[in-house]
Design a protein around this ligand. Structure first.
Ligand code: UD1
Ligand code: UDP
Length: 360
């Protein structure tokens, strides 16, 4: 059986790393197809090197563009590779343009599609990620749902139960596999940034709905300035290139926020696990904060990770300065003793076992 792992962005590389490692461990005939959606060293190469992943056999180098430009180039490039390689199954993870392009290209060639992290919904169709997730789920043959809630969502949308497998989320595997390494490695992000454990806030914001909207981005930055002042803690923001570009385009500033370049995964795990509070609009970071028992304030009006809200690890603050302060205050007094709902760290093993068993 031949497997193609298609990926293209930072979170896909991180969340597919346990699956790729398991494919290697089981001696599967497997290759990586990189769309090239992310290409900057600190959003791409750094993760291959640090997670010791095999080199992609193909990189389509589609780069950045409008949604249609990115998707169009990816569809054409992915189709060519799939026609040449003829894999039995294509695995893709998450909700980016790369994921939808790989699912569409494969499904139309009658190649089986396995969607890792299936069934998440924000119910906000203005988000490009929501369109990508819904469409990918509905043309997939294997839906690897991280939780029981996500399985029920898929069943509710009419997807046949036998296609759905509750595996846990591979982010748990990635955190468990790398946290120990992070703690014993020479990398010391805290020292480099002169930070004291539990004496700083960590921020990431990059989603289109926030940073491409000057009003929302201004509100968020104002909220961050206010919490830095009010709680007297440094606010560290490893800034995604999209957000950096928008700040300069819109002429935005946040004088109390410390902006740094995006960091490697081990450094980021160190920064997350020692943070007093995390503020984010990232999907992966909402999950990681929950897994690491660090409280999270989500700078969005909705989340496709409602499990985190239910157990009290996360709260929605939107992009409103007063609410960001209020939600931060609330989460600073959380007990941080929740049990994360995303699985036991063996999602990668389950996913690979399922595709191997179904091919015999
Ligand atoms: C994409 C995903 C988003 C995911 C994020 C992970 C879609 C629709 N969005 O958003 O769901 O959360 O990746 O980080 O697929 N850029 C660089 N270097 C890079 C990549 C991007 O400088 O390596 C800059 C470019 O200015 C580019 C902008 O970031 O125009 C946006 O990149 P793009 O890949 O279109 O979307 P992301 O915001 O990264
Ligand atoms: N991450 C990282 N360095 C950073 C910021 C984030 O390694 O400077 C990792 C983080 O640990 C998580 C993933 O990137 O695993 C999340 O990706 P991102 O926020 O870009 O995308 P999303 O999860 O929102 O799709």
């Amino acid at each position: 059986m031949k497997t193609a792992v298609v990926l293209g962005t930072r979170p896909e590389i991180i969340k597919m790393s346990p699956v790729i490692r398991e494919c290697q461990a089981k001696g599967l005939d497997c290759f990586i197809l990189h769309s090239g959606q992310h290409y900057s060293h600190n959003l791409d190469r750094v993760f291959f090197a640090q997670l010791e992943l095999p080199e992609p056999k193909y990189n389509l180098e589609v780069g950045s563009g409008s949604h249609a430009e990115e998707m169009g180039k990816m569809l054409i490039g992915i189709e060519k590779v799939l026609q040449q390689e003829k894999p039995d199954v294509v695995l893709a993870e998450g909700d980016t343009n790369t994921v939808l392009a790989s699912a569409l290209a494969a499904a139309k060639l009658h190649i089986k599609v396995g969607h890792v992290e299936a069934g998440l919904r924000s119910y906000d169709r203005k988000m490009p990620e929501e369109i990508n997730r819904v469409l990918t789920d509905h043309c997939s043959d294997y839906l690897f749902a991280p939780t029981e809630e996500t399985r029920l969502t898929l069943v509710g949308e009419g997807i046949a139960g036998e296609k759905i497998f509750v595996t846990g989320n591979t982010i748990v595997d990635a955190v468990y596999q790398n946290l120990k390494i992070a703690n014993s490695s020479e990398v010391n992000a805290m020292k480099e940034l002169h930070l004291q454990p539990k004496r700083y806030f960590l921020v990431t914001i990059h989603r289109e709905e926030n940073v491409d909207n000057p009003g929302r981005f201004t509100g968020i930055l104002e909220g961050l300035n206010r919490i830095a002042h009010k709680f007297g803690m440094p606010v560290i923001y490893p800034i995604h290139p999209r957000s950096k570009a928008r700040m300069s385009e819109f002429g935005l500033q946040a004088n109390r926020v410390r902006f740094v370049e995006p960091v490697d995964f081990l450094s980021f795990l160190q920064l997350e696990s020692s943070a007093r509070l995390i503020l984010t609009d990232s999907g992966g970071v909402q999950e990681e904060s929950c897994i690491l028992n660090v409280p999270c304030v989500t700078l969005r009006d909705n989340t496709e990770r409602p499990e985190t809200i239910k157990i009290g690890s996360n709260i929605l603050a939107g992009a409103y300065p007063d609410r960001i302060v209020e939600c931060s205050r609330k989460m600073l007094s959380a007990n941080n003793d929740w049990r994360q709902p995303f699985g036991d760290g063996k999602a990668g093993e389950r996913i690979v076992r399922i595709i191997m068993e179904s091919s015999v």
